[in-house]
Design a protein around this ligand. Sequence first.
Ligand code: APR
Ligand code: PHB
Length: 395
Amino acid sequence: MHTTVGIVGGGPSGLLLARLLHLAGVDSVVLESRDRSYVERRQRAGILEQATVDALRAAGAGARLDAEGLPHDGIELRFAGRAHRVDLPGSADGRRVWVYAQTEVVKDLVALQRAEGGPLLFEAEVRAVEGADTGRPVIHYTHEGREQTLTCDYVVGCDGFHGVTRTAVPAGARTTYERTYPYSWLGILAEAPPVYDELIYAHSERGFALASMRSPAVSRLYLQVPNGTDPADWSDGRIWDELDARLALHAEPGWRLKRGPVVQKSVLPMRSAVTEPMRWGRVLLAGDAAHIVPPTGAKGLNLAAADVVVLARALAHRASTGSDELLDAYSDTCLRRVWRAEHFSNFMTTTLHTDPGQSPFDTRLQLSQLERIASSPHAGAELAENYVGLPLEPR
Ligand code: APR
Ligand code: PHB
């Protein structure tokens, strides 16, 4: 089998890339190791930046997002027992964010691909990608118990942080910059109404907490926990008590969250990593395959979408003109946005979490930073602009 663009991984990056290429008249094949229901149910991020929403709409994947997504014009910061609202559109040229789960983005894109697009193979596990520096790279994969090969003009690794495509770039030609954090998140999905109209990011002496949502009836809640935490050690009652304690405001003594059945519970590690460059010969990396962020800034899914918008444009340009100009610029174009998001995600993470080795001095610095955001329109606008994300400038 041969295709123009072989896409390894059918997560949000691989699926959106395939859709954008289809609309541009470029053929592709998506190879995804998991089955469809696993990919559609995997709990991940839930916040879409304005540019991501615009890209999904332009891709024809905006109908359910427009009907069911929840637009948000602010976030709430809680610290020292008080609350501060960060206004988003007022500080970011009218741009806002949407609550719409990654599971739903994936379902919408899978349905479109199945209805109109090229091949999307589930349970097709890629073993190796070879020939990055040749004119015809090859993907070796297993499907329905048989070893298969797919030759391509280009291979795009959309296979996430643990993907294999990255290793097609010789070790001496790539550098990974990374940091791990000394804490994790315990995340739950609960059949309980959201705590508040907006997302709450809470700094507390007991550790960070985040109150998010999936719908008017379903909450998504997170607690900072030590690395190595076993979710089984956290009973539902213990989780709700801890959320009550970390999200409390001095002005509302005795306040409690509305509780409901916990339908999903898991522990997520916190990491930052960037692999450079994002292109080597005819192999390109996009989304989590090239970079990951700790989830505090809600950037992972949005960076993935931004990468593939830039890449689809570059591959379509190459197909219609024969010019490599945009492909040559792909890595640098994406890395500018990636490093901005890496910085912002690290800033949000280290400002809001309690490091196990943290001194009272460090805590005072965090509180001073939060106080600055709450009292200076400039500092507030800096956060808002980063949170809603940069516009996708046309190239
Ligand atoms: N062969 C085929 N598919 C693979 C292989 C392989 N060897 N290895 C990984 N995959 C698949 C995974 O099963 C997964 O479906 O690649 C996909 C990668 O998807 P994601 O990890 O979701 O990465 P990406 O599409 O870049 O989306 C980034 O996901 O982790 C979140 O916060 C992150 O929201 C961001 C988004
Ligand atoms: C989520 O809803 O899953 C979510 C929201 C905001 C974040 C991270 C995750 O910063």
